[in-house]
Design a protein around this ligand. Structure first.
Ligand code: DQA
Length: 144
């Protein structure tokens, strides 16, 4: 099973940006943690990150017929992007939305997620473990 892990804007700044919300692990730490977990359960993962909305749309399109699942943290585009919602709908690849912080207990604008409607699951507020839970969820679906 092959899963594409997509991170949106400012997630390359993990470890530096607002540690109160996002913790002290860096983006490199996050990738390492996900890779180790994927290896331990025999899943292939590839990583993409961009601060640009169109790049995220292109990454989602690239999953069409090439990946069995997508794990995406669209960052702030979660709350604004219909283009990212449409991209997930277009490829119809099972997609899990992940947020490191608990978006529902922060500002009101963070409670809106456009992409959620196209996702099989949303995980929010579990820190970076949320990415591992998302992989486990997709892996489980593959076994059923
Ligand atoms: C985030 C939450 C978003 O509201 C924010 O804009 C981010 C990160 C999270 O992982 O908690 O960039 O998606």
């Amino acid at each position: 099973m092959k899963i594409l892990i997509i991170n949106g804007p400012n997630l390359n700044m993990l470890g530096i940006r607002e540690p109160k919300h996002y913790g002290k692990e860096t983006y490199a730490d996050l990738l390492d943690k996900i890779q180790k977990h994927a290896d331990s359960i025999g899943i292939t993962v590839e990583f993409r990150q961009s601060n640009h909305e169109g790049d995220l749309v292109d990454y989602i399109h690239s999953a069409y017929q090439s990946f069995d699942g997508i794990v995406i943290n669209p960052g702030a585009y979660t709350h604004t992007s219909i283009a990212i919602l449409d991209a997930v709908k277009a490829v119809a690849v099972p997609t899990v939305e992940v947020h490191i912080s608990d978006v529902n207990s922060r500002e009101d604008f963070r409670k809106i997620s456009y992409i959620r409607a196209a996702c099989v699951l949303t995980i929010s507020g579990h820190g970076t473990n949320g990415y591992l839970e998302a992989i486990d969820y997709l892996a489980q679906g593959d076994n059923q």
